[in-house]
Design a protein around this ligand. Structure first.
Ligand code: BES
Ligand code: ZN
Length: 857
């Protein structure tokens, strides 16, 4: 028997819950009556509970007989066992429980969040975060996604406060010194989607989408930052009702910004919670990247109202059905809302992140066995989200968007208010398309890795071959290596779209590369071939030298995603040792005229990676190379926006200034930044919101102690969540050792919220000037961080070790994790260590050649 799965002999159908949180004592009391179906005459009922005291449990069984239970809590298993003197008669029964708990500060379960009101006074509110397995910290319940039930929630609160839950308020009455708020019944749904928020909350004027009122909620004083989030919330909800062909399943929709929030946002039905940066924004003062972030997160959570909330995966191994779909739908909705943002081109960056992790031997298939809660937590990674969404995009393009949508609609209709598995989705898509979906799709979901498609000209043929892509020749051997690294068949059915240019004409051909190799005749007047036409495929392409040269000679004829993939795949092939690093650097010289921000982000990303592994002596030369590549593009764009210029170009300007002023260490850019920022502060210059964040980063990179204190104050007194983030991350960029030390100290002393601190440390670990002190600090403070940070914190922070790309640091990283027997859940740590190995291998293999190449700068 799996100790992490509850027996299915007593099944909940309805919960009537009353909770009484006390924000002064930071505790809560609760009572619940759970209607259950007793399937067999059992003497014991097992449900989930953790860090709760259960004062009383009484059952009424199928024959109406009442019994008190003996309650035993098993904290390790996160369960409570109720035992009865007499076996329960089958039929419909009721369970009544009274319990108590604390409003914790770990941002999980029922927790407290602290913030300053506009007068600077510290205030407390209460909120919930239940996914994946923390509903059991707020109430005893059958805390598995397949135990769907109806929830009726009542919150008894301080009359000065406001309460929000998943549904509309039915009544509000005063009882003694409490205000008692009763909410309408929810739809039949999973426990992890329940939410309660209690505090001094403000909300916007509701918008209406059909019959659904939609509002944004925040702590007092921030309502002026709600309009943009509300706008995309309305637009995306409309979009989804239309796409899914089903009405929004709730009776109202509230979006709530919570000052302390572990994840980015959470799709509680009707009461979506967000960290403030992901919902509240000043549209006039924000950069394109900051606005896109808000639009993305809002659209993503709204997409979940159907994918996740209405139809839910049966178990956590299928979480991709939630998260990959929400991510895919987020792109569709944002793209429909702001076509000028070219959201699918920017998605290349996400796809690239998935290709990176999935190129490791320690990767995992998208669907992967899950038992314990920490394994469920480890599923929320780039493979679930970004690989999953990439694979869906590839399938959508392969089947055609209309056919794909029809399959999705059928799937949702067939499984609404219930649970589903990947096979159910395949069945619906198979019906809609008439295609053998499992044959095409199973390897993408159930096997690890992805193909490298090699394209070459041999004689009078174009030859395509597939093999699994891997950065390292063999799996990493290390002390914690799990069962033999994930091996797949190494063969996929790859939907390849070829664009062949011959005699000045383009022809697009779709082929399903199902065999190790296929051949196509070379047409007369052959000029060039693009293998991943349109760029939607989840695979890499390696062109032979001749074909690559032809493409580099005609870059302007390629789409932005195609140029993105060309650079990204060339870099990956270089890191894997299949192309000399110096050839890659030569290739980057062909992109000085590039104007797409995403293509630039791959180029800049590779320069950052190189900066982490070149010797200190070569670093100034790498800076010169960066200036050589980037400066012409900025010179062409200029420092001030042209009238009518789109937001992508404006964002690119900011990105280039930042790169030149930091990685390029460009003295001229740094000097100009000082002047411009000073003028901006004095109000004598208006700086584009896309440029301002870059100026802050450049000033920090070249800044001294005075500037550090100035920026720390700006962080503390920021007027928007985005401004707060800009100044917070700027603190990581100051290069003097004592300033690095100050920032590190602030990650554990309460000055930086625990929701942000792990990410700040991760950033420091990835920066050459800070990584060694940061690593020393992490080693010393590991236990403290483990105690302070929310549960995903250490996992996110530890990703920074990838930046410790020297053989000595790598050895030390292994030593530390081995001694401490660190487990970050799933394959997380293995993947970080393998990425570190990949970087050090590149250094060892190509270091001398790189050094010789850089000598010319
Ligand atoms: N369901 C997740 C929130 C979540 C993440 C819960 C991890 C438990 C563990 C939510 O829908 C989500 O995916 N949020 C993302 C943002 C999104 C735009 C990718 C997040 O929190 O980063
Ligand atoms: Zn999600």
């Amino acid at each position: 028997m799996d100790p992490y799965r509850l027996p299915r002999v007593v099944i909940p159908t309805r919960y009537d819950i009353r909770l009484e949180p006390d924000l002064t004592t930071l505790t809560f009391r609760g009572e619940e009556t759970i209607a259950v179906s007793i399937e067999e005459p059992v003497g014991e009922v097992v449900l989930n509970a953790v860090e709760l005291a259960i004062d009383e449990a009484v059952v009424v069984d199928g024959r109406g007989r009442e019994q008190r239970a003996i309650v035993r809590l098993d904290e390790a298993a996160e369960r409570c066992h109720l035992t009865f003197a007499e076996p329960l008669a089958t039929g419909s029964g009721r369970l009544r429980l009274s319990f108590r708990g604390t409003l914790n500060d770990k941002l999980r379960g029922f927790y407290r969040s602290v913030y300053k009101d506009p007068g600077g006074v510290t205030r407390t509110m209460a909120a919930t975060q239940f996914e994946a397995t923390d509903a059991r910290r707020a109430l005893p319940c059958w805390d598995e996604p397949a135990f769907k039930a109806v929830f009726s929630v009542t919150l008894a609160i301080d009359p000065a406060l406001t309460a929000v839950s998943n549904t509309r308020v039915l009544s509000e009455v005063s009882e003694g010194d409490r205000k008692v708020v009763r909410f309408a019944d929810t739809i039949t749904m999973s426990t992890y989607l329940l939410a309660f928020v209690v505090g001094e909350l403000e909300h916007t004027e509701p918008s209406r989408v059909g019959d659904t009122p939609l509002s944004v909620w925040c702590v007092p004083g921030k309502r002026r930052l709600a309009a943009f989030g509300q706008e995309i919330a309305v637009a995306s909800l409309r979009y989804f009702e239309d796409y899914y062909g089903l009405p929004y399943p709730g009776d109202k929709l509230d979006l709530l910004a919570i000052p302390d929030f572990a994840a980015g946002a959470m799709e509680n039905l009707g009461a979506i919670t967000f960290r403030e940066t992901a919902l509240l924004v000043d549209e006039q003062a924000a950069s394109h990247a900051e606005l896109q972030r808000v639009a993305d997160v809002v659209a993503h959570e709204n997409a979940h109202m159907w994918f996740g909330d209405l139809v839910t995966m049966s178990w956590w191994n299928g979480i991709w059905l939630n998260e990959a779909f929400a991510t895919f739908m987020e792109m569709l909705a944002v793209d429909a809302w702001k076509p000028r943002w070219q959201r699918w081109v920017a998605f290349g960056v996400s796809r690239a992140a998935a290709l990176t992790v999935d190129g490791l031997h320690s990767t995992r298939p998208i669907e992967f066995p899950v038992r314990a809660p920490r394994e469920a937590d480890a599923m929320f990674d780039v493979l679930t989200y970004e690989k999953g969404a990439s694979v869906l995009r590839m399938l959508e393009q392969y089947l055609g968007p209309e056919v794909f949508r029809q399959g999705v609609r059928d799937y949702l209709r067939a499984h609404q208010y219930a649970n589903a598995d990947t096979g159910d989705l395949w069945a619906a898509l198979g019906q809609a398309s008439g295609q053998p979906i499992p044959a095409v799709m199973d390897a993408w979901i159930f096997a690890p890795g992805y193909p490298l498609v090699s394209v070459g000209v041999e004689g009078d043929e174009i030859v395509l071959r597939q093999q699994r892509f891997a950065y390292l020749p063999a799996p990493l051997r290390w002390w914690g290596a799990g069962p033999a690294a994930s091996a797949g068949s190494g063969r996929w059915q790859v939907p390849v779209q070829l664009r062949v240019t011959a005699g000045g004409r383009d022809t697009v051909e779709r082929v399903l590369l199902a065999e190790p190799e296929i051949r196509r005749p070379l047409p007369a007047g052959f000029e060039s071939v693009v293998a991943n036409e349109g760029g939607h495929g989840f695979y890499r392409v390696r062109y032979d030298d001749g074909l690559r040269a032809r493409l580099l000679g005609r870059l302007p004829t390629l789409g932005a995603i195609e140029r993105f993939n060309l650079v990204n795949d060339a870099w990956a092939v270089t890191v894997a040792g299949l192309m000399p690093a110096t050839d890659y650097l030569e290739l980057t010289a062909r992109f000085r005229d590039e104007r797409d921000k995403n293509v630039w982000s791959v180029l800049l990303g590779s320069f950052h990676a190189l900066n982490r592994l070149v010797t200190p002596a070569d670093r100034p030369k790498l800076e010169a190379l960066v200036r050589d590549r980037v400066a012409p593009a900025l010179a062409a764009l200029g420092w001030t926006p042209q009238p009518g210029e789109d937001e992508l170009t404006r964002q690119l300007r900011g990105d280039l200034i930042r790169a030149l002023g930091t990685l390029g260490n460009d003295a001229e850019v740094q000097a100009r930044t000082v002047g411009l920022y000073a003028d901006h502060e004095r109000g004598t210059a208006t700086v584009d919101p896309n440029v301002l964040p870059a100026l802050i980063a450049v000033l920090a990179h070249a800044g001294d102690e005075g500037r550090y204190h100035e920026f720390f104050e700006r962080f503390r007194t920021a007027r928007t969540p985005q401004e707060e983030q800009r100044y917070l991350y700027a603190l990581t960029a100051f290069r003097q050792f004592p300033l690095v030390e100050q920032t590190l100290a602030r990650t554990v002393n309460g000055e930086i919220r625990t929701q942000d601190a792990p990410f700040v440390v991760r950033t420091l670990l990835m920066l050459v000037h800070a990584r060694e002190p940061a690593w020393d600090f992490v080693k010393k403070q590991w236990d403290t961080m483990d105690r302070l940070y929310p549960k995903h914190g250490l996992r996110r922070m530890a990703e920074g070790v990838i930046g410790l790309a020297t053989p000595e640091l790598e050895a030390d990283v292994h030593r530390f994790f081995q001694e401490r027997r660190v487990d970050l859940g799933g394959k997380t740590l293995e993947q970080y260590l393998e990425q570190l190995r990949v970087a050090v291998t590149l250094r060892e293999r190509d270091g001398a050649a790189l050094s010789a190449y850089l000598a010319r700068f």
